[in-house]
Design a protein around this ligand. Structure first.
Ligand code: PMP
Length: 435
């Protein structure tokens, strides 16, 4: 189906080949290398005899439990960290907003999509983060992509953590800036890279995350602030997983470290996790937000957040402000889960007591089989397999919520250890035996 052709250029009288390309029928996706690779991976997965772990259909609100095919499972696979998705007050606020404003704002906010609740939410986010202003966009991924892609360009440098989320990498690629990852959480390497490179570029943007979504660890943000000040560049922190979860009252990684939020140039976060909504935000100085409001393509040329989702995010912040004990419960649950895993000898990598706890199996097949066995114990947790991570980093990723009970956590770690040991051919001991 593919034909090799050779293109020629006329160079004086001589005709010489300049490149060789494979021409594929351009309308046939089944012939795309990428599609064939996907199908090969799926066939390999089928050969394990385990059901496909992706696109599982959940029939209700997912919190500490979920409903799959009419059965109830303990859930460790959702971002509903604080149990606010499905909270009656949050759902009622979303319904009321639909009644008042409809299901869509039906335009970019710049033209005719602006509603009073948009500004209200943005003021709340700015206050929550502790900076001057904020702007919201329809997706967290799109927020990173458009903001990074827009604020820097080909004359600039982006240095991002090697384990950065895809949306950060996509934004960096879009920008056309020189992109260099630095080793995970390693501010000293970053410092050295800046010494070598900073002077060659107009602007330099450093991007890190509040909590890393695969490993559940976090950066020493005060150290990154020192480095960014020393080299006079911009620091952006993605708080997708730290907004609402870190700090005593959920104000994020700045509260955790007791730092001045204004020392970070760009705070980014998503509303799809702790805020039980959908969308992303950028918070920072007034000028940054004003620039994005009038010029960021993903904001200017995209519809505004729908009223239901804006109202849900505001109501979530209301509940969280009134009930900071949710954050404390989440922290206690996360720490209990982590310490039980460690006592059981499970490899949790560098997880730092955040609501993301990986159990690294070091082998995709073991991860897949382990999640499948846990399903039979009515525990739902997602395996993360090659090629999403390196084969040696294959894992189960547990997302903890404030709503999990101690009993659910102890049972889950106990069963994980039991099955993992069996899969390793190691005699199984239960948590009760290891103490
Ligand atoms: N940043 C990080 C660190 C994320 O983990 C995610 C998604 N989980 C996003 C951005 C994108 O957010 P959303 O899913 O709300 O689009």
């Amino acid at each position: 189906l593919e034909a090799a052709i050779t293109a020629h250029s006329i160079d004086g009288n001589a005709t010489r080949p300049i490149r060789s390309v494979s021409v594929a029928p351009e309308d046939d996706v089944t012939q795309f290398t990428e599609y064939r690779r996907l199908k090969a991976t799926m066939r390999q997965m089928q050969l394990t005899g385990c059901p496909n772990p992706y696109f599982t259909v959940h029939d209700n609100i997912v919190s500490d439990t979920t409903m799959i095919d009419g059965e109830t499972y303990i859930s460790f696979a959702s971002y509903n960290y604080l149990g606010l998705s499905g909270h009656p007050e949050v759902s009622a606020a979303a319904s009321d907003a639909i009644a008042q404003y409809g299901t869509s704002v039906s335009a970019s906010r710049l033209v005719s999509g602006e509603k009073p609740i948009h500004g209200q939410l943005e003021r709340r986010i700015a206050e929550w983060v502790g900076v001057d202003a904020a702007i919201t966009m329809v997706g967290g991924h799109a927020t990173n992509e458009t903001t990074i892609g827009h604020l820097v360009g080909p004359e600039d440098l982006i240095l991002h953590d090697a384990l950065s989320h895809n949306s950060i990498v996509q934004g960096a690629l879009l920008s056309g800036a020189k992109r260099r990852p630095f080793p995970h959480n390693d501010y000293e390497s970053l410092d050295r890279m800046l010494t070598a490179l900073r002077h060659q570029y107009r602007r330099t943007l450093i991007v890190i995350e509040g909590v890393y979504s695969m490993d559940g660890d976090f950066a020493d943000v005060p150290k990154f602030i020192e480095v960014k000040k020393r080299h006079r560049c911009m620091l952006m922190v993605d708080e997708a997983h730290s907004f609402g979860t870190m700090g005593k009252t959920g104000h994020g990684i700045a509260e955790h470290f007791g730092l001045n939020p204004k020392d970070v140039d760009i705070w980014m976060g998503t509303l799809s996790k702790s805020a039980s909504s959908c969308g992303g935000y950028i918070a920072g100085p007034q000028a940054l937000v004003e620039l994005l409001r009038y010029t960021a393509p993903g904001f200017v040329f995209s519809v505004g957040m729908p009223p239901s989702q804006v109202a849900a995010a505001i109501a979530s912040l209301d509940v969280l402000e009134r009930e900071p004990e949710r954050v404390e419960r989440l922290r206690q649950n996360s720490q209990l889960f982590l310490s039980l895993c460690r006592k059981s000898g499970l490899d949790t990598g560098d997880s730092g007591g955040t609501p993301v706890v990986p159990v690294i199996t070091g082998n995709s097949l073991v991860a897949l089989r382990l999640s499948n066995r846990l399903k039979k114990d009515a525990i739902n947790v997602q395996p993360i397999l090659y090629p999403a991570v390196d084969e040696s980093a294959a894992r189960l990723r547990f997302f903890i919520t404030s709503e999990h009970s101690e009993e659910q956590i102890r049972f889950t770690v106990d069963r994980t250890q039991f099955h993992y040991n069996e899969l390793q051919g190691i005699p199984a001991t239960s948590l009760a035996e290891t103490g």
